[in-house]
Design a protein around this ligand. Structure first.
Ligand code: AMP
Length: 285
């Protein structure tokens, strides 16, 4: 496994792989790896000949007062995990390497970036699309792998790739959960034992909505109400949003006739968690 920290070295290695006829896959991450990340890596290993995992805590996608400084970092452990998965390349640049002084160029997917998490985290998705487009230009992958856990992010990246004709195929992989249903997240380490229990309410609310939908309720406001009633059972959990939206446009859906995304974000103590389920579509979008 090669570890690269410079853009030039990473690009040269990836180009060499492609020139040798290999199909190159990229898995962008912020490190602090868990089984959710590793499921993306495994899918990439199945579908590609050479897999690059990027590890970069991207300051551009954190707002003022968010958890950039305390975001969990464990590079040595991440490398060990990726070595066991037989990953070919790690790309772990410094902030200075990724953002030269006085960089003023951004990639923004207008409209979509202001929805869901974009509403409460202004600039977040612009930070994501800017860094992901940079990673695409550096690694030049044939395929790139993202998690359904960040469903809005996946929709926004798919749109960016379409709008800018980027020569990369986006693969979205299902959410990996803890045995009790909590969606895996690097931020789960922030939770106290009590908060860890309270956090289960997000998934429970989504399951309640799914159940109600399967029993025939297709009106979003009623489904959202049902979900909010469940969330209200946990006083330590403060809802940011619970919305039912089109999985591509992220626009609210009033009555569900086709695949819809139910997305939730909530603060458990000071930790902001997100989760989602897809209705009327068995496959992850
Ligand atoms: P992050 O390191 O949080 O930026 O996540 C890197 C990638 O892993 C993103 O595409 C996430 O959507 C994906 N990911 C994070 N958590 C999960 C999970 N529990 N299941 C599946 N994919 C995940």
């Amino acid at each position: 496994m090669e570890i690269h920290s410079t853009i030039d070295a990473m690009r040269a290695a990836s180009r060499a792989a492609r020139l040798a006829g290999l199909r190159v896959g990229l898995v962008p991450t912020m490190g602090a790896l868990h089984q959710g990340h590793l499921s993306l890596v495994r899918t990439a290993k199945q579908q590609c000949d050479a897999v690059i995992v990027s590890i970069f805590v991207n300051p551009l996608q954190f707002g003022p007062g968010e958890d950039l400084a305390k975001y969990p970092r464990n590079f040595d452990r991440d490398c060990e995990l990726l070595r066991k998965e037989d990953v070919d390349f790690i790309f772990a640049p410094s902030v200075e390497e990724m953002y030269p002084a006085k960089a003023v160029t951004y990639v923004a997917v207008e409209g979509l970036s202001e929805k869901l998490c974009g509403r409460s985290r202004p600039g977040h998705f612009r930070g994501v699309t800017t860094v992901v487009s940079k990673l695409f230009h550096i690694a030049e992958p044939d395929l790139a792998f993202f998690g359904q856990k960040d469903a809005a992010q996946a929709a926004i990246i798919r749109r960016m790739v379409r709008d800018l004709n980027l020569p990369v195929e986006i693969i979205v992989c299902p959410i990996v959960r803890e045995p009790d249903g909590l969606a895996m997240s690097s931020r789960n380490v922030y939770l106290s034992p009590q908060e860890r229990k309270s956090a289960l309410i997000l998934h429970r609310a989504l399951l309640e909505i799914q159940k109600s939908f399967e029993q025939g309720e297709h009106e979003s406001p009623k489904l959202v109400e049902a979900g909010k009633r469940v969330l209200a059972q946990e006083p330590g959990v403060r809802l940011d949003y619970l919305e039912i939206v089109d999985p591509d446009t992220l626009d609210p859906v009033k009555e569900i006739h086709q695949t819809a995304l139910v997305a939730v974000a909530a603060f458990v103590g000071t930790t902001r968690l997100i989760d989602n389920v897809v209705l009327a579509g068995a496959k992850p979008i």
